[in-house]
Every structure is written in C-alpha cells, then in structure tokens.
Design a protein around this ligand. Structure first.
Ligand code: KG4
Ligand code: ZN
Length: 426
C-alpha cells in the first residue's frame, strides 16, 4: 500500500487537501450497512478510465450532477494513429488525480463529503482500467469510504435514468468505440443480451475509416474524434449513391452486429479512388464527403435493422409492458445525430419512446459511473464496505454484459419488413 501511494504521488504530483483530508470514523462507520436505505443525502464520486478518457463525476441521490472532471486523450491518439494501451495507461496516471480534484472543486466538496467511491473495473483496456481502480481504492482508504465496482457498459445503459424518468425494464442499444450491444435492462444489475458485435465495434471502424480518409487534414476537422469528423464530412455530401456499399447480414435473422463487410468495401473504394486520382500524402480523395455519407448510412441502416428485430422480439415475447416501451441509445457512436434521427423513426413505427442522454453523457465520462454507483447504492447491490474486500477487487478487461439471450432471437427467426430508411432520412 505504501508503495502504491508513493507511486501515485511521484507520478501524479502532490495531491491537494481536497483529496487528502481524512474522514473521521465518527462521521461514518463503514460497518453500518443500514445507512444505505436510510441515507437521503448520499453523494457518489465516480471514476472512469476504461479507454482513453480519464473522467470523474459526482452526483447526489436527487439526480443532481454536482461536479465533473474530464481529460480526453483523443487528440493524442489521433496523431499516433490509434490507441496504444501502455501509453493510454500512462496518460491516465498523469491525469487521474487532477481530474478527481477538478470534480470535487467544481462541486465545492471535499472527499470527506462523499458517501462512496464508484469506479469502472470492467470491461476495457487493462492498463487503463488498472489506473482507475488503483486510484479508486486509494480514495476509499484515505477517505474511509465504501467502494462500488462498476461495469462500464451497464453505466452507459443506465445513464439515461439520470436525465430522464425511465422505469425498468427497457430496451437498450449501446454503440461505442469498444462495443455494439442490444440488451434488455431488467433492473440495476440484470441485463439480457440480445445481440453484440461478432467482429469489430462500430466506433473502432469509424475511427479507422476516418483516419484512412485523412479527415483530420481537412481544415476544421483537426480536433474532432473519428466519429464526429465522419458525421461532419457526411453532412457535406452531394451524392450519397456515388459509392455503393453492401448491406450487412441481411439474411441472418438475429440481433448480432457485423460492420466489417461494409468497412472492407469502403476501404476498397478509397484504394481505387487513390490510384485513380494519384492521391498522395495529406491529400484526400475527391469524393470524400460522398463516401463518408455512404459509409455512415450503411452503418446506420445495419444498426436500425438489428434494433428493429430486437423490438419485434420484445413484442413477440411480451417482455416489456405495451404502454411503457422505451429504447435507450447510448455510447460514443450514439452522439451521431443521423443515427438518432433514424432510430427515432424506428421507435415511431413501433410505438416506442426514444431516449438518448445528452451527447456529452453518451461518450465516456465520470458522471455515468457515479450515477451507476448511486443506482447500486440505493439498491445496496455490489457495495463493498470491508477494506480487505475492496483491496481484493480486480479488473476484468473482457467482461460481457448480462445473460446471453442471443440464441433465443435466432430460434424465433424474425423476418423484417423494409423500413425504406434512405427515402425517409433524405
Ligand atoms: O463510448 P465512447 O466514448 O468510448 C468507448 O467506450 O468506446 O465511444 C467513442 C467512440 C469513438 O469511436 C468515436 O469516434 C465515436 O464514439 N463517436 C462517434 C461520434 N462521436 C464520437 N461516432 C459517430 N458519430 C459521432 N458523432
Ligand atoms: Zn464507453
């Protein structure tokens, strides 16, 4: 433990009093588990470091976001051509203290005012998760606080309940840099996974295509994430049909996702155009905006079709009460406004309410971890009070989300009626 503290102090600089101040044992006894149900003023501090964002958020039991701190490594990784895990871990280590201090400072709070510490422990990049977990544990020790380990994707799924009244169960679509998942959220800790990526995640491929198209060389695009750059480029298209792309898994009647076929076809168009126009160095292909629009649309169409089947499955199995059906969409790729518009159409067709958290809560952040911590605190699910048990918590880089129900969808063999998305969106 002493080694760990020295390690953090050396790598992150001295901590201000805001984090060092100890909570006196008389203020809160960790063995008093009954505080969970009676505590009407709970405040949770959440730490996120699963990928390339160091985030800290503080929320109270009344759904107020009290404070936030965020450091994004996006630009750095953009320059390096992708995330290099050990480098991501180092950058987290350099920033995690400051980010948590920023959150406390913006909330006007000290560590002693916080009820419990929630931290992402799965899934994600090992080096990155480890930094958040080590720091989260450290805060529980100096502050004498309970600890709440958090599943990053569960946090994405439940963020919407922080900003909108949504009752369980509800349907969730998560699309991010690491995942694409369709799931039913039954309660705070029970999820039924209807479908997931069988190859790469949409965000990862969008980032790859954006880099390959050299979008960051276009003036005004330099500081955008791959996804934001693709969306902006697509909005400038004049002919979405210039580059035909295949549809994905049309005849596979499940809810899994595959974006690799669309991406390979897109990469082939880039190669062909580059050789046709002798494109070199930082030049972009002449039809770059049209290709972005075609690629974005192909992805959206696939996502909408899988969601449509999930909705039909829910309907058939009567899993969600008919008068209260909600689709929540979250994760970084959910920031895409055309995707939101398309999903809105799907929801309208089936009488679903469409809910997307504010865009800054769709991408990785500490607030969603704090909120998931609060949901678990209220239900007393997964809260750890004993310091030895807290020390034994480990990361799980590859954790899946909930019970796998995907075979149930396959066995239903649900056929889709065509949505005519292209005509309805443009
Ligand atoms: O959820 P997130 O912040 O991190 C992970 O947990 O993966 O998602 C990041 C991903 C990146 O791939 C980024 O390019 C993508 O979300 N993204 C978008 C948009 N904004 C961010 N993808 C499509 N359209 C956007 N507007
Ligand atoms: Zn995420």
């Amino acid at each position: 433990m002493i080694w760990e503290l020295r390690y953090f102090f050396r790598k992150t600089g001295r901590m201000s009093n805001i984090l060092r101040e100890k909570t006196s044992y008389s203020q809160r006894s960790l063995s008093t588990e009954s505080i969970v149900s009676t505590d009407k003023s709970a405040i949770i501090l959440g730490i996120e470091s699963s990928c390339d964002d160091s985030g800290c958020g503080i929320v109270d039991i009344n759904k107020n976001i009290l404070g936030e701190g965020l450091h994004s490594q996006q630009i750095m990784h953009l320059k390096m051509g992708g995330i290099i895990p050990p480098i991501a871990g180092n950058i987290h280590r350099q920033n995690i203290t400051r980010v948590c201090e920023d959150a406390l400072r913006s909330a006007g709070l000290r560590l002693r005012d916080v009820t419990a510490i929630a931290t992402t422990v799965k899934p994600g990049l090992s080096n990155s998760l480890q930094i958040g977990l080590t720091f989260g544990k450290y805060l529980t020790r100096v502050g004498n606080k309970p600890f709440i380990p958090i599943h990053h994707m569960e946090a994405h799924a439940l963020t919407a309940r922080l900003t909108t009244e949504i009752s369980f169960p509800f349907l969730v679509l998560l699309v991010s840099g690491g995942h694409s998942i369709l799931t039913i959220a039954k309660d705070v800790s029970t999820f039924y996974m209807l479908g997931t990526s069988i190859d790469n995640s949409p965000g990862e491929l969008i980032d790859k295509v954006s880099r390959r198209l050299k979008l960051h060389y276009i003036p005004g695009f330099e500081k955008l994430s791959g996804g934001a750059a693709l969306e902006l480029a697509a909005s400038k298209a004049t002919d979405i049909t210039q580059f035909p792309l295949p549809t994905s898994m049309n005849d596979v009647r499940d809810c899994h996702f595959s974006f690799s076929g669309i991406t390979s076809a897109c990469m082939k168009h880039i190669l062909d155009e580059e050789s046709k126009y002798d494109i070199k160095a930082d030049m972009t292909i002449p039809g770059v905006y049209n290709l972005c629009a075609a690629y974005q649309f192909a992805m959206i169409k696939h996502i909408c079709e899988r969601t449509q089947r999930a909705i039909l499955y829910v309907e058939k199995s009567n899993l969600i009460p008919e008068n209260d059906r909600t689709l929540v969409v979250s994760g970084g790729v959910a920031s895409n406004n055309l995707l939101a518009k398309a999903l809105n159409l799907v929801c309208a067709d089936f009488g679903y309410r469409f809910v997307r958290p504010p865009r800054k809560l769709c991408t990785d952040n500490g607030v969603m971890i704090a909120w998931n911590g609060m949901e678990r605190w209220i239900e007393n699910k997964g809260v750890i009070y004993n310091q030895d048990e807290i020390e034994n918590v480990t990361i799980d880089a590859k954790a899946s989300l909930g019970e796998d129900w995907s075979k149930r969808i396959t066995s239903e063999s649900i056929k889709l009626t065509r949505m005519k998305l292209l005509q309805r969106l443009f």
